[in-house]
Design a protein around this ligand. Sequence first.
Ligand SMILES: [Zn+2]
Ligand SMILES: [Zn+2]
Length: 270
Amino acid sequence: MSRRTPPRPLDVEELFPEVVPFRRETVRLHPRAGEPGCGDSSVGGPLLWPAGEPWPECPEHVGSPMVAVVQVRREDVPALVPFPAGRDLLQVLWCPLEHGIDLVAPLVRWRSAADVGEVRQAPPAPSEARYGRVPRPCVVHPEVVTEYPSWDLSDEDWDALEDRFQQVEEETGWEYQSHLSTAPGVKLGGFPGWCQDAQWPSCAGCGVPMEHLLTVESTEEYDSRQAWTPVEDRDLRWQGPGLRLGDLGGVYLFECHGCPGRPFAHRYDA
Ligand SMILES: [Zn+2]
Ligand SMILES: [Zn+2]
């Protein structure tokens, strides 16, 4: 079953034309509890990991296995996700043990699925994993939606728009940040799902600000008005990955497209 996010409840571009030049597209993954196979796109599912490659371990908690967070096949998502040439599989793992203000230690792999051959079984998640950091296996339902900046608005634009945001909220009940700007949940591209001030990392190699690759937020269902809830899920009880990243925060992955090997970095807020 596909998942379709309803259109924004108000005409954002008409009400706030200042945000139009910053419009972006994101791919919401809409993870729902299920039984993905290792060849499927998934959140928290088995990975297509080559038997000839050791399972990744946390550099800080030596010997402790990382856990699968996201696997995406190129054919399952629109062309706007920038797979490197010759690669058609994105894999993201992280260490679910205590990592202080970093929250988790992630790892990003871009592969060619055809080169994997025999598949390695994942080891069990470490028993000391922190609560809510090992995602429940979910199948995904990728969907492209349009976003406008929220925490990524410049101070200047924020000052120019704030009174109108307030006025629209008073008149309609729809709040720009929660209901009109960025989509919650697990998503590729678009704007990071910041809960606080934006904190884009720069590449350690070239110094250029990195690109947003993936947001993994604790949940996509905190909004009682269901502005971002797919029409298929309205008023239903469903299970997502069951993540709890700090106080219902998010982990944001970034990468540099200019440097060899696509260096990555992450940020966390709650
Ligand atoms: Zn660790
Ligand atoms: Zn770089």
